[in-house]
Design a protein. Structure first.
Length: 295
């Protein structure tokens, strides 16, 4: 595998593109918005500069990584000649299905089609594609250049061959792939999101304040980040979407999102991305500082 396409230049997409490009792959970064592409490339450049300042990469590494990325605003043009396409668009099932229908028309039947979804069924996505055995989940963690885990999710029809290729590819990136099966939330979010939701319930019920809840989990449970700060970092809209997928999938009230989370998303308080969530990131430099601590 030499040429990879990544669809979506947002937080996860630019992180995935950065990681592959830094490891010598030619990456076609695709987004319908030129503004999003420019912002994604700026983020990659900024993160590379931070890594350079810390001495973890060389100036030559920075230059090669940037050179390895080519930006496209058209999916059909961007996926030509690729061995693997990784979709990293918004966590919306209708959008993802539409993208995979387009990939089915534009890609060779030998191209592996992966999704970075954190909760949506791989089997459902694969159902809109000819040869669904080539559809698989590659759930990277944020920030992608730093976090080691990749959840490799097998849909009902995903082949052993494709699974092994993606497991080995993840290792070439310096990641630790973990194979899991296709159930709502997979492993990471099936465990993480109920914890975050319970932290929000604890705040909603006025048991303790935001900083107090996070302090208990950081100092008492050795978590590097409290659940409410982590929710801000993930995006409260993403947390809500994942909880809704699990609630719908399992029909179990324990996955029902807290009313406080629902109202915060309705009010546009989405965490770092909007400047305010459980914490206030109104000053852009504050948000940059929170994100930069991982890079």
């Amino acid at each position: 595998m030499k040429t990879i396409a990544v669809i979506g230049a947002g937080t996860m997409g630019n992180g995935i593109a950065h990681t592959f490009a830094q490891n010598g792959f030619t990456v076609k970064l695709i987004d319908i918005s030129e503004k999003a592409l420019d912002k994604g490339m700026d983020t990659i450049a900024s993160n590379l500069d931070r890594m350079l300042a810390k001495g973890s990469i060389s100036q030559e590494d920075v230059a090669k990584t940037i050179t390895n990325i080519i930006a496209y605003t058209d999916i059909k043009d961007g996926v030509v000649g690729t061995d693997l396409v990784i979709e990293a668009a918004t966590e919306n099932v209708d959008l993802k299905l539409a993208i995979f229908k387009q990939l089915n028309e534009s890609c060779s039947h030998n191209t592996i089609l992966a999704t970075n979804t954190s909760s949506i069924s791989i089997t459902q996505i694969g159902a809109v594609v000819t040869h669904p055995e080539r559809v698989i989940g590659m759930h990277f963690m944020n920030p992608v250049p730093i976090m080691q885990l990749v959840e490799v999710i097998r849909g009902y029809n995903t082949s052993d061959e494709v699974t092994q290729i993606i497991m080995q590819l993840s290792e070439k990136l310096g990641k630790v792939p973990v194979e899991v099966n296709d159930y709502p939330g997979f492993v990471a979010n099936r465990i993480l999101m109920p914890m975050i939701n319970e932290a929000i319930e604890t705040l909603y019920n006025k048991v303790a304040g935001v900083s107090e809840i996070d302090t208990v989990m950081k100092l008492g449970m050795a978590h590097p980040m409290g659940p409410l700060q982590l929710a801000d970092f993930i995006g409260l809209d993403v947390c809500l979407s994942i909880l809704n997928v699990m609630h719908d999938g399992f029909k179990n009230p324990k996955y029902a999102p807290c009313p406080l989370l629902v109202n915060m998303v309705r009010a546009g308080k989405l965490g770092i991305k909007s400047g305010e969530g459980f914490y206030n990131y109104a000053e852009s430099k504050k948000a940059e500082k929170v994100s930069a601590q991982f890079i």
